[in-house]
Design a protein around this ligand. Sequence first.
Ligand code: CS2
Length: 493
Amino acid sequence: MDYYKVNSKNLSLLKERVSVPTYDRTNVKAGILHIGIGGFHRAHEAFYTDELLNKNSNSNWGICGVALLSFDQRIYQTLKDQNGLYTLIVKELDGTLTKTIIGSIVDYLFAPENPIAVIERIANPEIKIITLTITEGGYNYNEATGEFEIENPSIQKDLKNPNDPKTVFGYLTQGLKLRKENNVSGCTIQSCDNIQGNGHVTKKMLLSYVKHAEPELVSWIESHVSFPNSMVDRITPATVSADMAALKETSGIEDAWPVVCEPFKQWVIEDDFIAGRPAWEKVGAQFVEDVVPYEKMKLSLLNAGHSVLGILGTLIGYSTIDEVVNDTVVSAFLEAYMEQEVIPTLGDLEGVDLNEYKKSLLQRFGNIYIKDQVDRICSESSAKIPKFMLPTVQSQLKDGGSIELAAFVIASWAIYSLGVDENGTKIPIKDAVKAVLHEKAVAAKSNPKAFLDIESIFGSLADSESFVEVFTKSYQNIMQFGVKKCLIDLNSK
Ligand code: CS2
């Protein structure tokens, strides 16, 4: 078999082997600027957008992808070498691989190399929508105060060097300022991150920054920029070298960074696009008036479910999510958590059967071909737990509901943060506040509550006597008997 690299020149050859864009990419203009071109964006928004372009839709809605961090240099370089093309490999439930070359990213910028180009592109009249996947931690939100962390050193740096920004807030502010100065019309900023009210949070955080950086821009943003909320979903594990090897072996395609994902996908969006939008509904996105209940459901069941499996699974010694959920002791615990502690907080969701949703999640988590890494799931837990689990705990505390299982997971996280699993193997913790977590985890050995004292994560949770009580009990039990034995006891209650 001949091997073909993924690039524009080879598209007609690649077409013999996998699906390729049916549209003329040279005609597609970038109406969307996307910040954060990691795997998730390429399995989700870029995929929907590619499907739409394949339907011969409006060619003004291609994507210009921006790599914001120095860390993203490799992905930028790969996209550049491959003319923005990449292979999306969907791992079906029966193990077959559906491969598609995605063409919707028609331009790409590497911010650290040329910050001005990014600022100018934000101000370009062709750009109507700016979408973001900057991770939950990227919003610089303080859980304790609900406010923007203005003291963050990177933010302070951006305030002092407006023309050489490093953070998304610095870039957006300068780009929007230029838009205003050039009399360019407004645009939409759409977060695609897993945060409750992601549009509201983006607006609040951005305006807090702008108040300090360019106070006179605040009212222009308020009247010229819309911030729709959205719920995004598609499990996208990190690509591993075996994925590249399988692509080469089965189709003779050499892709330096394909993206792998599950078959399921969902995108529920508030229809609030001040400068127009692609007809994503034609390819399966749902536009609704109020996305809040969907976000709540997804964050508190899927994402929290992932964290539960990731943390417990790591301590037990598993490496992938399917291994953890296929251990019936853990999945019974997860089901109980969902049924007893989460679903009661969700109320009625029109047209959604929460029990069915729960079942479908367990099936998705159990897909043995996905091999989603527990390390990926547990990375940046300090930004995830407050968004995925704490709202549930707070709601249950308020209503006098059970919090025992959530407390067990958070106690497990305290032990996880010591950095060693129950078999004595080192845990590769990846977290922006790893040092603080470790310090508090060590203190928790003699006084478990110390872990809950991290206010920027837990807010005032440590003030809840009932939570501290069950948390402490769980902590001591896990230390004494191990996770698995405790789960068996909890499951039999
Ligand atoms: C995961 C998400 O990182 C995580 O914690 O729960 O990346 C999850 O896979 C996606 O949100 C699925 O839509």
